[in-house]
Ligand binder design. Structure first.
Ligand SMILES: *Cc1c(COP(=O)(O)O)cnc(C)c1O
Length: 377
């Protein structure tokens, strides 16, 4: 059996090595390292894949979120509603822009932001909602967009973990996550479902005016070279990453199938276990399994993590400390939050290895050892 890793980008690379290496060498030969044909080709392909009107590539997923919020003309102190149960990048950019993150609960089944909690958190200062499609499962976007319409709020989707996820509306139509809100953001961090071999990110919008603004902000606030109309930043996807991502984008749907196959193996092995809740998939979403995350009940989680580590099985806790309990947010009065579901989840979740290269003997070994521990402790 091959050693087990949380993510196996090396084996994945070897399967597409020839094409990837060719793309990288083409960039070296072209001497167009920033911008140019490879970046345009990838942006186009990404736009087509998402059936999006506009796609703007940038340096990473955190920048994508920051640029998105910068494009909305918010004022210092304006409130942005986000889940507390997410990666720090989601909420950090809000604070960075002197906006106020307002943390709300997630649904304990989907791990995604709860529409009723959004409604309860709205004040006259609320200007935007940032739902996160956590672990690769969509937040309930139809309800979120309805709330946004009622209260005239912007919606910025954090799709860093769910690229390729399909959202099905009540009327049966489907859209890719990241193309439903006013702006959608994603990340090409190497371990993400569409991972570069370095950093990368992208921003999606269906609005021409927003698209132009996003593009300007990502490029020093300029439309024409050396003419700077607004405050921007420098956030570029480099051509080598674009060449790699162009090759990998063609594999994304296969990668999602491979992740689902691994998840299905886990689901079967853990089905109906009284101490294990396997991932829930809502009728409106499919799952692209960026993470495979269980909820444990009556299990010594630290004990399980240590036991698995002894057996050379990595596992992770995403996320051990929620946003509202992070020191960085003390200044916004985070101590007043009472997010019971979020706190409960941070103590109960565990993520098992999931990637495109897991083999059956590895899955069998992992599930056997997880059950070994849980059934005997
Ligand atoms: C990875 C991630 C980001 C940030 O992406 P980077 O490319 O690492 O900056 C933002 N939000 C979520 C939920 C993520 O998982």
């Amino acid at each position: 059996m091959k050693p087990i890793q949380m993510v196996d980008t090396k084996t994945q690379y070897l399967k597409i090595k020839e094409e990837v290496d060719k793309g990288i060498f083409e960039v070296l030969e072209s001497a167009q390292y920033i911008g140019g044909a490879k970046v345009n080709e990838f942006s186009e392909a990404l736009n087509v894949y998402h059936n999006s009107a506009f796609t703007i590539t940038c340096a990473n997923g955190t920048d994508a979120l920051q640029i998105a919020l910068m494009a909305l003309d918010l004022q210092p102190g304006d409130e942005v509603i986000t889940p507390s149960f997410t990666y720090i990048a989601t909420t950090e950019v809000v604070a960075l822009l002197r906006l106020k993150p307002v943390f709300v609960e997630v649904n304990p089944k989907t791990f995604c932001i709860e529409p009723d909690a959004i409604r309860n958190a709205i004040t006259p200062k609320t200007k935007a909602i940032v739902p996160v499609h956590l672990y690769g499962h969509a937040a309930p976007m139809e309800e979120i967009m309805q709330i946004a319409k009622e209260y005239n709020l912007y919606v910025v989707e954090d799709n860093a973990q769910a690229i390729g996820c399909n959202y099905t509306f009540n009327n049966g139509t489907t859209k890719k996550t990241a193309t439903i809100g006013h702006i959608g953001c994603t990340s090409f961090y190497p371990s993400k479902n569409l991972g570069a071999y370095g950093d990368g990110g992208a921003i999606f919008t269906q609005d021409a005016m927003l698209a132009e603004k996003l593009k300007m902000i990502a490029n020093h606030g300029q439309k024409t070279r050396y003419i700077h109309d607004i405050v921007g930043c420098n956030s570029r996807l480099d051509a080598i990453q674009a060449a790699i991502l162009t090759v990998k984008l063609k594999q994304l749907d296969n990668y999602i199938v491979a992740r689902n196959n691994a998840a299905n193996y886990y689901n079967k092995a853990f089905a109906n276990h009284t101490k294990i809740t396997t991932p829930f998939v809502a009728s409106y979403s499919n799952h692209v399994y960026h993470q495979y995350t269980l909820i444990l009940d009556g299990v010594n989680r630290d004990g399980l993590v240590n036991y698995l580590a002894e057996k050379k099985i990595p596992s992770m806790i995403y996320y051990p400390i929620p946003g509202h309990k992070q020191k960085v947010f003390e200044t916004i009065g985070s101590e007043k939050y009472n997010l019971e579901i979020t706190d409960w989840l941070t103590e109960k979740v565990i993520s098992l290895p999931i990637h495109t290269e897991l083999e059956t003997d590895q899955l069998e070994y992992i599930t056997t050892e997880v059950l070994n521990y849980i059934n005997n402790h």
